[in-house]
Design a protein around this ligand. Structure first.
Ligand code: ADP
Ligand code: MG
Length: 423
């Protein structure tokens, strides 16, 4: 389904966008939006959709999935299960996804009968680092905005010959599986060719990319929403701190990075979205590196075809959140320019803080944290805490950056969170 053929005419058999909330179809079905995947991103999507008056349906095999628990409908099948997909298509007027590893074939099957945003083709690109990088490069060739916003130097490794031919200049580097990597998983840091061979063998010789290890000054991401009609809106870039490959802290306020770079990162993200004919919410991650210039240079890292952990602050610091925009985009509603009304810091809450120094379970001291001004706690309804598991996040808003930073420090210290040094 291309942008130009949308919205489809009623004769195509597809529902006509926009899907208005609160309406009931001729067959008596309330306007229902669907999501592939039932994790925390799906849960926050469901909440946003329901607030507007939509009914929701979640497809996820896990009976305890965070989104399934709060949705009107929860289809508990595998993501490629034909019956499950057919049920989702019958229930929903439009479908989105909350994780990039949803089988692209499933999205394609759904798209035969329903508007699906993002579409299978765009999701397939984001699922494969090799594809992703070649699209970043192609976008750059097409647009002056992206000139100079390059990928990290890299080599594709799919064969033993390609492994042998890796240029020495890419080492030390990071070997990353082309598919299924997230939160630093599927990555090995290698210093020399011996380590590289061992690492590739350890990854079962699946297709990989080797990226040169860059001295990062900082990391940031940009979230845009693009509609069926090609209209696009963007949040300002947020600055991200990762600990052990997982996002720990997001700093979202004016002045978090040089304004010229912030503008370029936004323009680059919009260009990438347009290049792949994207519909929905898209996040692009960037590295900031020293290149001798005053501001430094932007390196485009990867994209996520969905709302992103680094955009959770928008729920409390902006007049529309990334999840509101996901709902608007898929349903064909207008995309208002988001306005951030408060500086914000987001602290990710991993399962680790549910354990004390002796590995005994405890409840984090919410009493103390919620007594701090401008704290907004979001827990995802996961009953079992595990180290490294995303259990929730804490947004901190306030009148200015100084007070938000002070409160974030206090909250992080009460909870025993890492990443304090960056605040
Ligand atoms: P994931 O899918 O796990 O998020 P990323 O490619 O974003 O994979 O890598 C995770 C983190 O590892 C990044 O946020 C960054 O901190 C670090 N990293 C990744 N690639 C590089 C690189 N080429 N140079 C330096 N650090 C990197
Ligand atoms: Mg990443």
């Amino acid at each position: 389904m291309s942008v130009s053929s949308f919205p489809p005419s009623p004769s195509s058999g597809l529902p006509v966008l926009p899907v208005f909330p609160g309406t009931v179809s001729a067959s008596g079905r309330p306007a229902t939006l669907g999501v592939m995947g039932g994790g925390q991103l799906g849960r926050m999507f469901v909440h946003a959709a329901q607030r507007l008056g939509y009914f929701t349906a979640v497809l996820d095999p896990d009976p305890q999935s965070p989104a399934g628990l709060v949705s009107h409908h929860h289809i508990q099948t595998g993501y490629s299960d034909e019956k499950g997909l057919a049920e989702l298509a019958v229930l929903c007027a439009a479908v989105t996804t909350e994780f990039e590893n949803v089988p692209a074939g499933a999205l394609q099957a759904l798209a035969a009968g329903r508007p699906v945003a993002p579409g299978a083709a765009a999701v397939a690109i984001a699922q494969n680092r090799i594809e992703e990088k070649s699209h970043f490069t192609a976008s750059a060739a097409e647009s002056a905005v992206l000139a100079g916003v390059t990928c990290a130097p890299y080599a594709v490794i799919e064969t033993a010959e390609q492994l042998k031919a890796v240029p020495a200049g890419l080492l030390p580097g990071i070997l990353k599986t082309a598919r299924m990597g997230y939160d630093g998983k599927g990555q090995v840091r290698v210093k020399n060719t011996d380590e590289l061979s061992t690492a590739w063998a350890g990854l079962k010789q699946v297709p990989c990319v080797l990226e040169k290890m860059l001295p990062l000054k900082a990391e940031c991401s940009v979230i845009v929403a693009r509609g069926w009609d090609g209209s696009v809106v963007s949040f300002a870039p947020q600055l991200n701190v990762h600990v052990d490959g997982i996002l720990a802290v997001t700093q979202a306020y004016e002045g978090n990075m040089p304004p010229a770079l912030a503008e370029r990162a936004q323009a680059a993200t919009k260009t990438i979205a347009k290049h792949i004919d994207y519909v929905g919410v898209l996040c692009v991650e960037f590295f900031l590196v020293n290149d001798g210039s005053a501001d430094g240079a932007l390196i485009v890292n990867e994209m996520a075809p969905r709302p992103h952990n680094s955009g959770h602050y928008t729920m409390d610091a902006c007049d529309v959140s990334q999840f509101d925009l996901q709902v608007h985009a898929m349903a064909g509603l207008p995309l208002p320019h988001p306005r951030q009304h408060s500086p914000a810091i987001m602290l990710n809450l991993l399962g680790d803080i549910w354990f004390d120094d002796h590995d005994k379970m405890r409840t984090p001291d919410w009493q103390a944290v919620l007594a701090l001004p401008g704290t907004h706690l979001h827990l995802y309804g996961k009953t079992e805490a595990r180290a490294g598991r995303k259990m929730g996040h804490l947004n901190i808003t306030g009148p200015d950056v100084v007070s938000v930073t002070a409160t974030a420090r206090q909250a992080a210290s009460i909870l025993g969170l890492p990443g304090l040094d960056y605040l």
